[in-house]
Design a protein. Structure first.
Lengths: 139, 136
């Protein structure tokens, strides 16, 4: 089995807020991230796909095809958007780096797994070069 | 749902690779320029990965502020701008980055943070890094 990873970058705004909590509790738990005017990041998305290289092409998956899936399923929805206000899965779910990794996985999973022999194995999201989260499809 | 949260920290420290169990010639053969008598230093990057359930209320595996507080207290404040050879942990242990990585894993694994410490990776330079995982 071979793993291949494709990177993509997007820029988006967000804030952290739990609607069930008071403003004071939100500010206490989330600190500056709870500023309701939002803030933004340059995110880096790493999508890892695993499988056996095809005996004819030598590819686990066509990277151009994977690039297009990332673009159509994730970039189009997230890039230059306000995640809380413009992305449906974050209307009532905090757009933490963990939840972005899970949501990006869900957006790409069926397309990638429909490609013969390839499986989505890891989605990693860097919020900054020093902060990242990862989802591996575990319950 | 299980996910992972990762964070990278930087610290600068000096060290000298030298084993009392080896002769001067053997030390020189084993460690080369890393055995030079007055030591040298690196900007180490410590990458920490924590795994666990994403909390339904916060959307987090671990609160960054809590993780930062633990890593700063246990690791960064202890080693940053120090000579690793002088640390009690390295009195009888050569401060190779393998051993530093193990020491950092042990220091963090005993500290209370939400989730499980999955791995500690220590990058000594941009071209080499070492990793200790929880399963070890």
């Amino acid at each position: 089995m071979v793993e291949l990873t494709r990177r993509a970058t997007f820029s988006a705004a967000h804030y952290y807020w739990n609607e069930a909590w008071s403003a004071e509790k939100n500010e206490q738990v989330f600190g500056r991230c709870a500023n309701r005017n939002g803030h933004g990041h340059n995110y880096t998305l790493e999508v890892t796909v695993s499988g056996e290289p095809d005996p004819v092409t030598g590819f686990v998956i066509d990277l151009k095809w994977l690039k297009d899936v990332i673009e159509s399923e994730v970039m189009k929805a997230y890039d230059h958007r306000h995640l809380n206000l413009e992305v449906p899965e974050f209307a009532h779910t905090n757009p933490t780096t963990e939840n972005i990794a899970i949501a990006a996985w869900k957006r790409m999973e069926s397309a990638v797994n429909a490609a013969k022999g390839a499986r989505l194995s890891r989605v990693r999201v860097y919020e900054t070069p020093e902060i990242f989260a990862e989802y591996r499809g575990e319950k | 749902m299980k996910a992972y949260f990762g964070r990278r920290y930087m610290l600068s420290a000096s060290h000298r690779l030298h084993s009392d169990a080896l002769s001067a010639e053997q030390n020189q053969a084993a460690y080369g320029k890393c055995n030079n008598p007055h030591g040298h230093g690196h900007n180490y990057v410590i990458e920490v990965l924590v795994g666990g359930k994403v909390d339904a209320e916060t959307g987090m595996v671990v609160n960054l502020v809590d993780l930062d507080a633990v890593v700063r207290k246990k690791v960064v404040d202890r080693f940053d701008h120090t000579n690793l050879n002088r640390d009690p942990l390295f009195v009888n242990r050569v401060p190779t980055t393998e051993n530093l990585c193990r020491a950092v894993f042990a220091l963090l694994n005993e500290a209370t943070v939400t989730g499980k410490l999955e791995y500690v990776r220590v990058e000594e330079t941009e071209n080499n890094f070492f990793q200790v995982s929880g399963s070890e």
